[in-house]
Design a protein around this ligand. Structure first.
Ligand SMILES: Nc1ncnc2c1ncn2[C@@H]1O[C@H](COP(=O)(O)OP(=O)(O)OP(=O)(O)O)[C@@H](O)[C@H]1O
Length: 289
């Protein structure tokens, strides 16, 4: 696939910051764009702010400053645009969040609920929804498990049901928060490969948080590295060097420097498409811990 270009911006984050109650600064005011069809991996230590950034993209976490702007629906500053944006933004969770006693097909069908009003969703869903749900299960290789209860499926199969449910939503964007954290390495690779291939085929913009650097290198079109509540790297995987990893993982070149302080050198922001390098001086961090 041709790398996504800036002209195909899906979502713009403008000076968006998140401070949780208790004055916990989880995300410094951040400006970043996500492009159509791009598979972006968020990397960073635990507590760096990956989930906060990811979940604020559809206001599952409410930003405390700045804006999220959807190219399709506009600024997410009212319930209507948030609802419209969420209807086209599917989520994949670490622990699947499936209804265990229900079948795979029933779970995938819940991906259609965003398209129906509250009252309509109490009734059986239309046949077209059923066919779409089955097709989504076929795409993740689980057509033969459509009528199996999900608590009888393996962890990897359950996550594939989670992906099928996301696809049933016919999303333009998928947000996946550590989707392979509970899976063994072979299953993780299969699930991530499947997700990446489907997103490519359908031109879905994906933002995925991961802990595994090797998967980020292998599957991502773009890596966004976070440390201490701010972005310290944003570029294609091929441009990720040891110095950037030191920043993301807080490894100080000067061992006398304290662990967890802000990076000593400017962070690299290399546009994944143009591969031009610019530098941005990291702001001084004042993070309540
Ligand atoms: N609901 C909350 N209330 C208060 N503080 C929170 C809340 N959620 C997260 N935090 C704090 O915000 C910071 C960023 O957390 P976040 O979950 O975004 O990090 P992360 O990089 O996703 O970590 P992990 O990889 O462990 O999931 C952390 O200091 C965390 O303790």
């Amino acid at each position: 696939m041709t790398p996504a270009s800036p002209q195909h911006t899906m979502l713009r984050i403008k000076d968006m910051g998140v401070t949780y109650p208790g004055n916990v600064l989880a995300l410094q005011p951040t400006t970043i764009e996500f492009h159509k069809g791009e598979f972006t991996v968020l990397l960073g230590l635990s507590g760096a702010g990956k989930s906060t950034l990811l979940r604020s993209l559809n206001h599952l976490v409410q930003p405390t400053s700045g804006q999220v702007v959807s190219t399709e629906f506009g600024v997410l500053d009212n319930r209507r645009t948030v609802r419209q944006h969420r209807s086209r933004t599917a989520m994949v969770f670490q622990h699947h969040q499936l209804i265990e006693r229900h079948t795979a097909l029933q779970n995938v069908l819940t991906g259609r609920l965003a398209y129906h009003g509250t009252w309509r969703s109490l009734l059986p869903l239309p046949r077209a929804d059923l066919e779409l749900a089955y097709h989504c299960l076929q795409r993740v290789g689980l057509a033969d498990k459509a009528l199996a209860r999900v608590d009888q499926l393996s962890g990897g199969q359950q996550q594939r049901v989670g992906i099928a449910r996301a696809l049933a939503q016919q999303p333009s964007m998928i947000l996946a928060d550590e989707p392979v954290a509970s899976l063994d390495p072979a299953t993780s690779e299969r699930v991530l490969g499947l997700l990446r291939d489907i997103c490519r085929e359908d031109g879905i913009t994906a933002v995925i948080s991961l802990h595994q650097l090797e998967y980020a290198r292998r599957f991502a079109d773009r890596i966004v590295g976070l440390a201490n509540a701010q972005i310290v790297f944003d570029a294609a995987p091929a441009l990720l060097r040891q110095e950037h990893l030191n920043q993301i993982y807080h490894q100080q070149e000067n061992p006398a420097a304290g662990h967890g302080q802000s990076p000593a050198s400017p962070a690299a922001f290399i546009h994944p498409t143009t591969q031009k390098t610019a530098t941005s001086q990291p702001k001084k961090l004042e993070i309540a811990r």
